[in-house]
Design a binder for this molecule. Structure first.
Ligand SMILES: Cc1cc2nc3c(=O)[nH]c(=O)nc-3n(C[C@H](O)[C@H](O)[C@H](O)COP(=O)(O)OP(=O)(O)OC[C@H]3O[C@@H](n4cnc5c(N)ncnc54)[C@H](O)[C@@H]3O)c2cc1C
Length: 390
């Protein structure tokens, strides 16, 4: 899409993603939600349309979109927004892969990038990124228990990870662990593990949530997994040192914004068919939905534009605000939608109940009170951690 005007590129991408959402995600999302299976048809369609490699660097066959590098973040957000309108769980799968690719495009060596990205561009493979550990929130987001013991050949890794979205099918998983005898966060090291590695075990039974079920995120057990030097990403501590954790907020905002818009679209289609579109309370609710979604969209895309510039502290503050406001809007819409649509709209045949469950689960990624506290601290001139996801 080189040579295209920026707005045109965004509209082309939005249309492509909307078409995949309509023709591939919508007919399959209910089944994947029921059966707790990954949205493989969507991943295949994203590959066929070139979107799986959206964030792969241009010289390696992708489009080079990257929030960390400030390379046209909006191209990424419009795709998430369109997919999110139909199914947040499927969208999260794309998001995890795209975040891993963006991280590696910044942190991995050219040789590593060639090896990790060729299977994506040529074969439609995906990458998982799993940092979470049981009880990790209380230890702080850099407090890893999984241990990476240095050996003459690289690392030997033992521990337990949870919420490994895509890990059951991904060609590679990007993992974090702690180097011994160093304090956090300097001890946090990142490395890649292939699906076939000895000691890399997937426990699918662990995943049975009330929502986001199709974003299959198993427990990953690591038993003395051997990581050769060539699969270690940089040195220990680089992730915290360069504050990369603040780069991912916008994407969570975009999926929630999409989900909120999807619910509004559903309500506007459903109420007239149900004969309840004349109800003044429903009309008031729809009006408020329109306003809040527009406000959330304005804030999120304003935040995205900061990442293309040099004022990173402003980008971090606005990304937190954009995420929080989009999530709060999606959570607010749930109650309004249920009140005006009524109970029949929550039957299995309607997508509303699936998206409501998805929003409830996905919005627990970050504690919204903590996010608001960070924004408050920033406004009062106090130090704040823009990467804190607790
Ligand atoms: C659908 C889904 C997909 C996911 N995919 C991935 C993925 O691909 N990769 C990945 O690495 N992770 C992933 N995660 C994990 C996610 O980022 C969070 O780490 C996880 O949801 C934390 O949940 P928990 O129940 O373990 O939190 P807990 O650690 O049990 O915390 C629960 C609540 O208590 C609060 N709390 C806990 N301890 C403290 C404390 N000391 N001080 C203040 N407040 C505290 C927290 O703010 C939080 O609100 C995923 C999560 C979901 C829901």
């Amino acid at each position: 899409m080189d040579g295209m005007a920026t707005e045109t590129r965004h509209e082309v991408l939005r249309a492509k993603a909307a078409e995949i959402a309509r023709s591939v995600v919508a007919p399959t999302a209910g089944r994947h939600d029921r059966d707790i299976t990954l949205p493989v048809e969507m991943l295949k369609a994203l590959h066929e349309q070139g979107l799986l490699s959206l964030c792969v660097p241009k010289e390696l066959g992708g489009d080079g979109v990257n929030i960390v590098l400030g390379h046209d973040p909006i191209s990424y957000l419009v795709v998430l927004e369109e997919l999110g309108k139909v199914d947040m769980a499927s969208t999260h799968c794309f998001q995890v892969h795209a975040h891993a690719v963006q991280m590696l495009a910044v942190a991995a060596t050219p040789e590593q990038q060639k090896r990790y990205f060729a299977p994506i561009v040529d074969g439609g493979e995906v990458i998982s990124w799993t940092a979470t550990e049981p009880g990790g929130t209380a230890r702080g987001h850099y407090g890893m228990v999984t241990e990476a013991r240095p050996t003459p050949d690289g690392l030997e890794v033992t521990g337990e990870k949870t919420y490994g979205t895509l890990a059951s099918i991904a060609a590679w998983t990007l993992l974090h662990a702690a180097l011994p005898d160093l304090p956090a966060p300097q001890n946090m090291i990142m490395f890649m593990v292939p699906k076939s590695a000895e000691g890399f075990e997937i426990d699918l039974d662990w995943w049975n949530p009330v929502g986001m079920r199709a974003a299959v995120s198993p427990r990953v057990n690591l038993h003395q997994v051997k990581v050769p030097k060539r699969d270690i990403i940089q040195d220990g501590g680089f992730y915290a040192r360069d504050n990369y954790g603040s780069r991912w907020h916008l994407a969570f905002g975009a999926t929630h914004l999409g989900a909120a818009q999807g619910i509004l679209d559903f309500i506007c289609d459903y109420l007239p068919k149900r004969g309840t579109g004349g109800n003044p309370h429903a009309q008031r609710a729809v009006g408020e939905m329109v306003m809040r979604i527009e406000a959330a969209r304005g804030l999120l895309y304003k935040a995205a534009r900061f990442w293309g510039g040099s004022d990173i502290p402003a980008a971090e503050r606005y990304a937190l605000m954009g995420k929080l406001y989009a999530m709060a809007t999606a959570e607010w819409i749930i109650n309004e939608a249920v009140r005006v649509a009524g109970s029949s709209a929550l039957f299995e045949e309607h997508p509303l109940s699936r998206q409501i469950r998805n929003i409830h689960v996905q919005s627990t990624h970050a504690n919204l009170d903590n996010t608001a506290q960070s924004i408050g601290r920033a406004r009062m001139g106090l130090d704040f951690d823009p990467a804190n996801q607790q």
